[in-house]
Design a protein around this ligand. Structure first.
Ligand SMILES: Nc1ncnc2c1ncn2[C@@H]1O[C@H](COP(=O)(O)OP(=O)(O)OP(=O)(O)O)[C@@H](O)[C@H]1O
Length: 289
C-alpha cells in the first residue's frame, strides 16, 4: 500500500453476535487496497459474517469497520464494493444478456463491453436463461456481474466451489489480471488455500471468531520456518506454532525468521498452506501480526 492511501478495509475490535452466539469477537485487521487477499478459516470461523459486515449487509454488534475510509451504511454495499455471496444473487428468469442489461441500469460504474468480453471468454450463451445454466456457469455469470461494476473491492465467498479445474484456473487468472491491471482489491474466501497460493498476496485467517493471521504472504512466509529433525528443540517453545511427526522425525512449524543453529535439524521455507494449517490446527496459538 502506498503511503497515505487509506486501507480498503479497516476493522477495529469488530464484533458480531447472532442470537445463538458470537460469530466474530474483537477482530482488528487492515486490508491494503489493490491486493488479492485470501480469507481462510474452518467452517463457522466467521468468513461470511466478515464479508457481510464489509458489504454493509450486516451491522456490527460492537467495534468499528471502515471501507475505503467510510463506515458501511448497514443498508447495502458501498458503490465501490462488489460482493458475490455463496448463494449467488441472480435472477433465474432473466437471460444472461438481460442480466447484464439489468446490472447496467443498477450500476453507474458498469462497463458493458468488458462484461460482454468476460461472458464470451467464459463461453456462456448470452441468450440462455440464468436458471437453466449449470452451477459453474452461474458462478461465472455472477463473477462477470460483479467485475462489470468495476469495483474497488471485489469480495467472493467460496467462488471456486462449483467450477471445474480448468474454469478454476481461468477464473483465478482473470481475477489476478483484473487486480494487477486495474488495481482492484479482491477478497476471496476459500477452503482450498493451495489454489489461492499462486494468486494471493495477503492472507487473513479467522479462527474462533478472531483474527489469527493478517499479513502479506511474503512477510508470513519469511516469518515462519518448517523444521525437521530429532532431539533438543531448535527453537523456544513459544515459537512453535504446530508440531507433528513424519516417520522418526519431528516436524515443526515455527514462528521464526532467523536460521536455527541446533545440529540434527533441517529447515525449509513453508508454503502458505503449511502456515495456515498450522494455525488452524492450533487455534489458541499466539496470534502473529
Ligand atoms: N444469520 C445467522 N444467524 C445466526 N447465526 C449465524 C448466522 N450466520 C452465521 N451464523 C453463525 O455465525 C458463525 C459464523 O458463521 P459464518 O457463516 O460467518 O462462518 P464461515 O466461516 O463463513 O463458515 P463456512 O466456511 O462454513 O461458510 C457460525 O457459528 C454460524 O452458525
Amino acid at each position: 500500500m502506498s503511503s497515505g492511501q487509506v486501507p480498503a478495509v479497516r476493522a477495529h475490535q469488530l464484533t458480531k453476535r447472532y442470537r445463538r452466539g458470537w460469530a466474530l469477537r474483537g477482530c482488528s485487521l487492515s486490508l491494503p487496497q489493490g491486493r488479492v487477499v485470501a480469507l481462510v478459516g474452518h467452517n463457522g470461523a466467521g468468513k461470511s459474517t466478515l464479508m457481510g459486515l464489509i458489504a454493509g449487509l450486516l451491522k456490527p454488534t460492537e467495534g468499528e469497520i471502515e471501507v475505503f475510509g467510510r463506515r458501511p451504511s448497514g443498508t447495502g454495499a458501498p458503490e465501490e464494493v462488489a460482493y458475490v455471496a455463496q448463494q449467488k444473487p441472480l435472477y433465474p428468469g432473466l437471460t444472461v444478456s438481460e442480466s447484464l442489461r439489468f446490472a447496467a441500469r443498477m450500476n453507474t460504474r458498469w462497463d458493458q463491453a468488458y462484461a460482454e468480453r468476460l461472458i464470451r471468454a467464459a463461453e456462456v450463451p448470452f441468450e440462455a436463461k440464468v436458471g437453466k445454466l449449470s452451477g459453474g456457469q452461474r458462478t461465472r455469470v455472477a463473477l462477470v456481474l460483479a467485475l462489470g461494476k468495476r469495483p474497488g473491492l471485489l469480495m467472493l465467498d467460496e467462488p471456486l466451489a462449483e467450477l471445474d479445474p480448468l474454469a478454476r484456473q481461468a477464473t483465478l487468472r482473470t481475477l489476478q489480471e483484473e487486480s494487477r491491471q486495474h488495481g482492484i482489491g479482491i477478497l476471496l474466501s476459500s477452503h482450498v488455500l493451495e489454489e489461492l497460493e499462486a494468486v494471493c498476496d495477503h492472507l487473513v485467517l479467522l479462527g474462533g471468531g478472531r483474527v489469527r493471521l493478517d499479513g502479506s504472504v511474503a512477510d508470513l512466509v519469511a516469518g515462519h520456518r518448517v523444521l525437521r529433525g530429532a532431539g533438543q528443540l531448535p527453537v523456544a517453545p513459544g515459537e512453535v506454532v504446530d508440531s507433528g511427526h513424519s516417520g522418526h522425525e519431528q516436524v515443526l512449524i515455527a514462528k521464526r525468521s532467523a536460521p536455527v543453529a541446533e545440529p540434527g535439524w533441517r529447515e525449509q521455507e513453508p508454503r502458505l498452506n503449511d502456515i495456515a494449517l498450522a494455525y488452524m490446527r492450533n487455534d489458541d496459538a499466539e496470534v502473529a501480526a
